[in-house]
Write a protein that binds this ligand. Structure first.
Ligand SMILES: [Fe+2]
Length: 187
């Protein structure tokens, strides 16, 4: 067993109510202006941008080496809201190393983990507090918030998996989620 270059163990504190990591090494913020091309109603997205471009979602991470053998983990918080009547969502991604999986444990909120496979299949798994969703290797994945509070989840995945936004900006996912007349509509 190699004993040189050993990484020192560490712990970190998570605020489950706020959906935040208290001392993250990386804090990614996406705003509506980062989401052009992802929603059906471009005019409604532009209005959100013009109205202050508020935080859309955030991802908190610790500085774990992006190498095979490590486990990268994050806390993500997706704000509630609609673009027109389409529910707020993350961009979604494949992993650069396609055949790598991920687990998402929902800590707060209500929504879906949308997943699509390279052969065209689509799955929407409900996300609610205490529900874990397993994203198998090869499936692109995005979070969708159908509720009125932040959708917060903990994720963990192989260290060298990487992110590939691939065809998602152009082709999206096979299904979109809307709130119409107070009801969730999947199309
Ligand atoms: Fe992922």
């Amino acid at each position: 067993m190699p004993t040189t270059n050993l990484m020192t163990p560490f712990g970190t504190d998570i605020d489950l109510a706020e959906g935040a990591m208290n001392d993250p090494d990386r804090h990614l913020i996406r705003r509506p202006s980062d989401m052009k091309g992802y929603y059906q109603d471009e005019d409604a997205l532009q209005k959100l941008i013009d109205d202050g471009d508020a935080v859309h979602y955030e991802v908190f991470e610790k500085d774990v080496p992006e190498k095979y053998g490590h486990v990268l983990f994050c806390i993500s918080s997706l704000q509630p809201g609609r673009v027109g009547d389409e529910c707020f969502m993350t961009k979604g991604h494949y992993h650069t190393i396609l055949e790598t999986a991920e687990v998402y444990l929902c800590l707060r909120g209500t929504g879906f983990m949308a997943m699509k496979s390279p052969d065209g299949r689509s799955v929407l798994e409900p996300m609610t507090r205490n529900r874990l969703v397993y994203v198998p290797p090869c499936w692109a994945h995005r979070s969708i918030n159908t509720g009125d509070e932040p959708l917060v989840s903990f994720c963990a995945y192989q260290g060298d998996a990487g992110h590939n936004y691939g065809d998602i900006a152009e082709q999206g996912f096979p299904q979109r989620v809307f709130i119409r007349d107070g009801k969730t509509v999947i199309q």
